[in-house]
Design a protein around this ligand. Structure first.
Ligand SMILES: C[S@@+](CC[C@H](N)C(=O)[O-])C[C@H]1O[C@@H](n2cnc3c(N)ncnc32)[C@H](O)[C@@H]1O
Length: 297
């Protein structure tokens, strides 16, 4: 059967004639991904128990510093990447046994889950302490490179997926390195993102996906800076085609303490979401064909 949206019969299992499930442990590929659901929380618990230090990957010396120390005082400054989001992105967008490239690696989460799902991972981070910690805590088959993610670190056309989460400009500050994306001016930051994007495009094979996680922020006057809009433009300028934007909804958690401070003086709503931008290099149907369902673990 062929439909205007594709040929779903290609998805059928050759032997059983069955369609593979669309969901990953009850989580479906909608444009909204809600971390507050029971399914998400259950899976999060699984990964927290499965990967030793996998959702942390940062020791005390690696905490980022939020503006005015607020972030630090709320959750110890730790912003670990969500392991469930990582699993979903690999399952939906990576071919089997993929080489995954990550120009702003942060902690070990994306490397550790790549390992668990049978992928190999190369993570670059400008923070030498972070890379040293990752080499100890992360999987043996991951490659951790201390360097600037805006430069070339892997051979052109050698990677099957990009999954990354660069700094949301200066929301968290990481190092004093002049090339740290969180230390740059806004304009320098956007230029550096464009450089990193070009490297990702060069690194990827044709017909492969890139997943870029980002979030918006406010400038020094409190006006909204739509980093995800800028990022989408930078992505297409580099030659990618946009495929999806998943909005990742986070729990309120301890943020409710800050809501009045944000809202009362300027009507700044508390932000509870991030943006997961998915793009393709090459042909989106051929890219989908390269992705086969990986077995649930
Ligand atoms: C948003 S954080 C990652 C946080 C993420 N939640 C995690 O821990 O997995 C972005 C990372 O980018 C790194 N970074 C900043 N500028 C960079 C650059 N020019 N090249 C590579 N990494 C950079 C920071 O050191 C930080 O670890």
């Amino acid at each position: 059967m062929s439909t205007p949206w594709g040929t779903p019969d290609q998805e059928r299992d050759t032997w059983t004639g069955q369609y593979p499930p669309l969901d990953v442990h009850g989580i479906y590929p909608w444009s909204i991904l809600d971390t507050r659901t029971t399914e998400w929380k259950n899976r999060r618990k699984f990964w927290d128990e499965t990967i030793e230090d996998g959702t942390k990957g940062r020791d005390n010396t690696l905490y980022a510093h939020g503006k005015s120390g607020y972030h630090t005082s709320i959750n110890g400054g730790r912003s670990a990447f969500d392991p469930v989001l990582t699993e979903l992105m690999y399952t939906w967008y990576a071919p089997p046994h993929a080489h995954v490239y990550d120009p702003c690696a942060g902690g070990i989460t994306r490397g550790a889950i790549a390992h668990e799902l049978g992928h190999t991972y190369t993570g670059v981070d400008i923070n030498d302490l972070q890379i040293a910690a990752n080499r100890v805590l992360g999987p043996n088959d991951a490659t951790w490179i201390c360097g600037d993610g805006t430069k070339q670190h892997v051979k052109p056309q050698s990677q099957d997926m990009v999954l990354t989460c660069p700094p949301y400009h200066n929301v968290e500050k990481y190092t004093d390195h002049p090339r740290d994306l969180s230390r740059m001016t806004w304009d320098e930051h956007l230029d550096a993102l464009a450089e990193a994007m070009e490297q990702c495009y060069t690194a990827l094979r044709d017909d492969r996906y890139m997943v870029w996680v980002t979030g918006d922020l406010r400038d020094s006057k409190g006006h909204l800076r739509g980093l995800h809009h800028h990022t989408a433009s930078i992505i297409t300028d580099a030659g990618f085609h946009l495929v999806n934007e998943h909005v990742l909804i986070n729990a309120v958690g301890t943020r409710h303490r800050m809501l009045r401070r944000w809202w009362s003086p300027t009507r700044s709503a508390g932000r509870l979401h991030q943006h997961v931008i998915v793009a393709v290099k090459g042909d989106r149907r051929r890219a989908a064909d390269t992705v086969r369902r990986q077995p649930h673990c």
